[in-house]
Design a binder for this molecule. Structure first.
Ligand SMILES: *[C@@H]1O[C@H](CO)[C@@H](O)[C@H](O)[C@H]1NC(C)=O
Length: 343
């Protein structure tokens, strides 16, 4: 009796729970149907691109701190002879937003223009993903025209966004490993808002003690803390990165790499899930390769958030600096073309 009396309410509870679960399941199914119906009426913007630009087939949600890098992105545009004959000494790669024609033209008409510096061949390339705005179709058509005109664009079929910068860097490495590792010696990744002093860059690379292999340099951050404030743009929870510091890496605004590295970094990156912080991720890959980044010979070669305008002396020593806009960049470029101030 005692036992049966104890069982009765249990059976009732099971019944109630079953009903609740069934009702919940029913609503879940209905609301999902609503969702998928809605998304037929409002397709994600990238579906509007008429050019075949399918997003990588196996899509897995990378969550908020990682990026989707299934290694099967395709190149949509790569109509360029860069790294074919003749091979450059250094290749400048500029990641830029697909729609930012102005930034590309500014670079084409300033520091990206020099073809031969100190007797060495310098080439530049722009790297873009796929635009996902409402105007994506127009952006894509313009990119195609631009590519036919300048032959300096490489486009991959991932969605170009700030949170996807690591994907951009990884596809850059793929492209370099496939096309440049046996021809060019160095690659420099430069953000489109930077001023790059190409003669000073070439001088640095030509110095006898600049390594030709396993070399990565720039403004090296040796003790970059992993930020734990959830409101920070670069917040990273302990579950993702347990260490208190990232391994050393050069800041993403401008870094130099010898061209044996793209292939090496790609191979170890298979073992390290890519985080959205592009430069710190490269640091993690370098650490796995047991390669340390190299400080530039002088600390004033790579400047970040310096008071502007730079003095003639400071400008004559700089390799790369942040700028405040197009005008200042053009100003620095013109000044860098004039007879040099030594100090
Ligand atoms: C990053 O790119 C992938 C592949 O194109 C895309 O599925 C994802 O939505 C993009 N993420 C962001 C934040 O744009």
């Amino acid at each position: 009796m005692g036992k049966a009396g104890w069982m009765e309410p249990g059976r009732n509870t099971v019944g109630v729970v079953l009903v609740v679960v069934l009702v919940l399941a029913y609503f879940l199914v209905i609301s999902n149907m609503e969702l998928s119906r809605d998304s037929q009426f409002y397709p994600p913007p990238y579906r509007q691109i008429s050019t075949p630009a399918p997003v990588a087939s196996v899509w897995e949600d990378p969550g908020p701190y990682h990026v989707a890098y299934p290694r099967d992105y395709r190149f949509l545009l790569e109509d360029t002879a860069v790294c074919k004959d003749p091979s450059p000494f250094v290749l400048l790669v500029v990641p830029v937003a697909p729609a930012d024609v102005a930034a590309r033209n500014l670079i084409r008409s300033s520091w990206g223009r020099q073809a031969e510096v100190r007797g060495r061949l310098v080439r530049s390339l722009f790297l873009v993903g796929v635009d996902s705005s409402l105007g994506a179709h127009t952006v894509q058509l313009k990119l195609q025209q631009e590519s036919q005109q300048y032959h300096d664009l490489v486009q991959s079929n991932f969605i170009d966004s700030y949170r996807n910068l690591t994907i951009k860097t990884m596809v850059m490495l793929e492209w370099l490993a496939a096309h440049c590792s046996s021809s060019a010696t160095y690659v420099v990744k430069v953000d489109s808002d930077m001023f790059l002093h190409v003669p000073n860059l070439v001088d640095l690379l030509l110095q006898p003690d600049t390594p030709k292999n396993n070399y990565m340099s720039g403004l090296v951050w040796w003790h970059s803390p992993v930020l734990r404030n959830p409101w920070d743009k670069f917040y990273m929870p302990r579950e993702v990165i347990a260490e208190e510091e990232y391994p050393p890496y050069p800041l993403g605004m401008t870094y130099i790499m010898s061209l044996d590295l793209p292939h090496k970094i790609l191979s170890v990156s298979r073992e390290i899930k890519p985080i959205f912080i592009e430069d710190a991720y490269l640091g993690m890959c370098l650490k796995r390769l047991q390669i340390s980044p190299t400080n530039p010979p002088a600390q004033d070669m790579f400047l970040v958030n310096q008071p502007h305008p730079l003095s003639p002396c400071a400008l004559s020593r700089v390799v790369a600096t942040t700028t405040t806009g197009a005008q200042l960049m053009m100003n620095y470029w013109r000044r860098s073309q004039q007879p040099e101030t030594r100090c």
